[in-house]
Structures are given as structure tokens and as C-alpha cells.
Design a protein around this ligand. Sequence first.
Ligand SMILES: C[S@@+](CC[C@H](N)C(=O)[O-])C[C@H]1O[C@@H](n2cnc3c(N)ncnc32)[C@H](O)[C@@H]1O
Length: 610
Amino acid sequence: MKARYLFKLRKNIVLEGDLVLAKRELSALLGYEPDAVANVTSWLEQFPAFVTVKGLASVTSNIRNNGLQAYTVNSNIQLLPTLVKKLSFIQDIYCLIEESHESEFFVQEITEQIKPVINVYRFDGHILIHAVPLYALYEMAEVIVKKSSNPIEAKNNINLLVNALLGKTNEKKAITLAEAALRPKSSLSPLSHDIHYYKAKFFPRMARSLLNIASSNIDYQPQKVINNFVGSGTTLLEAALLGLPSLGIDIDPLSVMISKAKLDVLTVGSDVLTLELIKAEQLLAHNNQSALVNTCNSSHLDRPIRFPSWLMKNRKMTPEIAEELVHEINVLQQVIENGTPEIRPILKVFLSDAISRKVRMRILGTGSGRFSLSFSKYTLSSLFLKSLEKYTKLVAIYEWLEEKLNISLAPSEVVLGDARCISDKLDSFNILLTSPPYLPSSSGRESYTKARVLSLIGLGMIEDNQIDELIDLSIGSMDDNGVNLDNLLPEEKEVVEWLLNDELRNIKAKPTARYFLDLRKVFQEMIKVLNPGALAIIVVSKQSTFYEFVTRKPLYTIPVAEILAEEARSAGFTVLELLDVKLQKSNRNARPRSLDDYYETLIFLQKKIN
Ligand SMILES: C[S@@+](CC[C@H](N)C(=O)[O-])C[C@H]1O[C@@H](n2cnc3c(N)ncnc32)[C@H](O)[C@@H]1O
């Protein structure tokens, strides 16, 4: 049965690229392209019935004020529950049908599935359903966390928020909460995506919409997702939320741990986390007291932690600061050991996150291995407790949504491994979504592994003498490993020759060659693990430009996306499309600092059917 839909876009969409993805996602889920609505107020003249919804819930409230405001379409009413559960960029869905026996039946069916997030209006022979998509609620949950002092209050507040958004209450507290949650800058790293500071991670909405687009284009069941450079696990969490089973691979043990924790934390129970919080607070308070009573510093009892010599040579990393860090890490390790065994990996991720927020390392992209350090004024313990406390509330909100909407996370697995050589046991995936490390020559990025060294060593995941090996093993490192330039494609050769002839940049020539050849192996491995007809989406920077140091005049541009698409083609993929999406340079998670507008390219690939 057909209904007239209006999809109001989230007000916090600022990127052109997000608008492109929003439209593609809608088209994929609806089966055809919706019409753009530039101005909802004018659109209402054509569809006056939609005026029925008033106040905060009305179609004109909280509308984007520059650029496109909504999409509209005539489509099946039965699609509504799926749209509510899947859409990534929509604030409200309004859906109008004629009143009849048939429509009443559908409304009842829909109500059974998604009652807590809809409001149904009946008037003049019409039925109008207003729904708030789940993802908008995930994004808004962060504000609820901030405004709640404990998990019980968080559950009450999410209930109030939903009712206010749907116009079911006029209670002042509910309206104030909703207004705060609707402010454009509210979370872009919803739920547990921010469990660990992580540079160069996917924008979750992008990952989610790409998964929706890919899975709508594939007939296979079940649809299994793989990310062979899983990083912080954005893809896995979004896949799990969408009900798609997934697997992640990463060469870095810390990334593997973060990815696992990102999913596990949502299902450990807010009550269990609350208990851990109380235990941790008690232990830390006790520790502080005994340190006060004990006149000599307790640090002589600490497990020794050896940071690499290149880190200790930095003038800001004084022996006193290093000693203090080691002591704080040791204290928090005790807290972790005192924790429930199943929760310990999550607590370790909180500690690692605290370390990366306490000590900020910025790699200077000159190829010399230089970096700068800065320190947060907060102690590791306070950063750790803050995370733990935040998650008691966030998990409570997720539990509320899970229970009310009868949703659950699809299974997900993360393994330590090398994307250049994937185990034969892993196969039969239908969707691959990934983002490989950046070209070693792009500015501002050399080694993310290097920036994670304090966590890796602090948590005892790796010894100081193993760190260089891990850095070199990572794709995009400055190690050239005896690369053979004869194996390069002509366009790759041209890049490497330009770098070889540039006095300041020839240090990056062979690592760049190795990067191209490594990714060749990666594409060959990808094709092995995919089913025929499977889709792969590779997110890369469109290009990398070198500038004259003084004048900032562009000297040479590497067409990264085109080169990698060529490698994918040589590996046997069909290249379906190269889609450029513009990103905000200022975003703190955005990748290489750039002088130009920054574009990422989504390379859409398909494994041939036969
Ligand atoms: C750009 S990050 C991916 C970020 C991810 N999309 C996210 O949302 O968090 C690239 C990842 O590739 C990993 N990596 C580097 N070399 C690798 C290799 N040979 N095999 C597997 N993973 C590798 C790095 O450790 C890093 O986590």
C-alpha cells in the first residue's frame, strides 16, 4: 500500500558528501530515487495534511537552514519499520495514508514493531504517522548522557526525549532535553564509537550508509561484512547495529582490542559497569590515601615499563613525567586486575584511551620521524573514571532502545592479521568496506602505530624492542623492504620517479613504491575472501599534493584513487564507480591536513560473477 513520505534531514549535516550519501541510501532502501525538497514550508502548500503535526514534532521545526531540507517519495507503507531502523541521516519520517480497513491493518502491524518511536494521527479520512529513526536517537544519546547523573536517570531521560520529539509530552524537562539534543553539533560519534581516541576513523554515518547501500544491492543471505583494515571498528559496530554479521582484521593489537571493546561494551550491562565504577573509585581513593600516609613515594613498587629510546629523547618527555606516567598506569592496571574478568578488556581500552588523551603525539610528516608531544592537565585516573562513568549511562540508553525496539547486535569477530595475507579459513563475504592506511608521502601522517606506542607498551601488549617491527609491518610505513621498482604500474612509476628526483622528498620514494605493491597484494587477497558478485567499497584520499615549501605553490599531485582503482582492476575486480565526497578540513578526525578542499574517494568494486 502506497504512502506519501517526507524525510526530514538531520540538521547537523554540514558535509556535501553526507547529502550525496543520504540520497543514495534512501534510493537504495526505497528502490528508487526520492525527490529533493529545498523548502519544506513551500512543500506543505502542496501537502497541507502534514501541518497536523504541531510543536517540536512538526515538519517545519528544527529544519536545516542552508541547503536541502528533506526528501519526499510515494512508497510502500510497509517499508516504514525498516526505514526507521536503518536510515542514517534523517531526523524525522512522516508518512501519510488514506484511512481504510487495509491501512488500519498496516498501521497496527507497524505499531507492533516500532511503537515507542512513532506517533499516529487520525483526521479527515487520513492517517499520518510520525517516526523518529533509531540512528537520530543514537546520535542524540550523547546529550542525554551528559544531562543524566546515573543509568536510571539516563533511561528516564531517553524516554522523555523520545516523547518530546514525537510531541507526546509538553513537560518542560522533556522539551529542554529535546532542544539540547537537537542542537546541530550533537554527536557525530554516537554510541561507543568514541570509546578510544582514534585518528583517521570513518565517520560512522558514512560507514552505515555505505553498508545500507551495499546490502540493498546484494541478494545473498546471510550478508557477511569484512573490513581488512578494521582500525577502531567503526564498520563492525555499524554492521552489528544493522543486523549484519561481520569480521575485522588489523595488524595492530591495540586496534583489535579497541574494535572488540567497541561492540562488547554495549552488551555487558549497565549494572555491571556501575559495579565496576564503584570498585574502581574505592580502590583509587584507597590508593590515594595510602600514598598520603606513606611518606615515601610508592612508585618503587611499580612494574617497570620501558618506553622506546626515541620517545625518551623528546625533551618534553622528562624522566619525572615518564615516571609519573608509569606509576599512574600501574595503579590503573591494579584497578583492572581487580575488575570482573569479562570486563577487563573494556577497562584496558578505557586506560589506553586515557593514555592517548593524556599524552598527545603529533607526527610531523617530513619523513624524518620527528614528532611533537603535549600533555593534558587531567590525570590518567580521572580520564579513566570519566569514561567508565559515561559508559554506565550510555549502555543504559542502548539497553532501553534495545528493549523497546526489540533489536540486537549481529555477531562480530575481530582477528589480528595481515591484510596482505588473509587466512584461507576466512571466506564467503558479500560486502567489504575498508579504508587502507594513507600513502606514506601524504603530509601529517607517517605512522599511527608510532602514536599508539605509549598505550601498546603501557598495557604490556608489546615490548619496546618489538615496536619498530610493528611500525615497519604496517602498510604505509617508511620501511621500503628492498622494493623492486620494475613491478610498478606506469602511473606508479611516474610518481616514484618524481619523488626520487625531488631532493626533499626522495626519502619517501621507495616507501611509496612499497605502498603501491602492498596494496596490490591486499586487492588480490580481498578477491579471494569474497563471494562472486560481492561488493567492495574502498575509501581512500582522492589525491595527495606536494607544495613548494615557501610559496605553497602546488608542485605535483598523486592521483591516489585512480591508481588504486587500477590496482583493483588488475586484481580482477570490476570498477563500478569512483565517487568523490568532500570533507571538512577542520574536523579533528579528518585525515591529512590539507591546504585544498579535501576529498575522499569511494571506490566501488564488484567481484565478477563467474
Ligand atoms: C585508516 S585506518 C582504518 C580506520 C578505520 N576505517 C576506522 O574507522 O577506525 C588503517 C588501519 O590499517 C591497519 N593496518 C596497517 N597495515 C596493515 C596490514 N598489513 N594488515 C592489516 N591492517 C593493517 C592500521 O593498523 C590501521 O588500524
